[in-house]
Design a protein around this ligand. Structure first.
Ligand SMILES: [Zn+2]
Length: 106
């Protein structure tokens, strides 16, 4: 199983600052895979070659890639991931973590 050792981890919530304004309000908090984003489970990947639904392990916890990052981060060799949190304040405080280890579990 592939292990990324130079991944960048950031954090986001469902707010308009993190996700932009959604015309359809019922889509707020809904991930690219159609699930409701859940803290401790949902992670977004900037790497389009990793399918939605893939499980990854980071920092001793297993997350599911249920979401996609903004288009500017979407490229095939991206090692950037965005961890979903319910609180914008917590997401903001999380900052940008570099040289993170991410294990792709399938
Ligand atoms: Zn936010």
């Amino acid at each position: 199983m592939p292990l990324l050792t130079n991944a960048i981890i950031t954090f986001y919530c469902a707010c308009t600052i993190c996700c932009g304004v959604k015309k359809n309000k019922s889509l707020i908090g809904i991930t690219a895979s159609g699930t409701r984003a859940k803290q401790g489970q949902t992670i977004a990947s900037g790497n389009r070659s990793i399918p939605l639904g893939t499980k990854v392990e980071w920092n001793g916890k297993v997350y599911i890639i249920e979401d996609r990052m903004a288009k500017k981060y979407n490229y095939d060799n991206s090692e950037r991931f965005d961890v979903y949190l319910t609180s914008h304040e917590e997401a903001r405080k999380g900052g940008i973590l570099k040289q993170q280890k991410i294990k792709i579990l399938k």
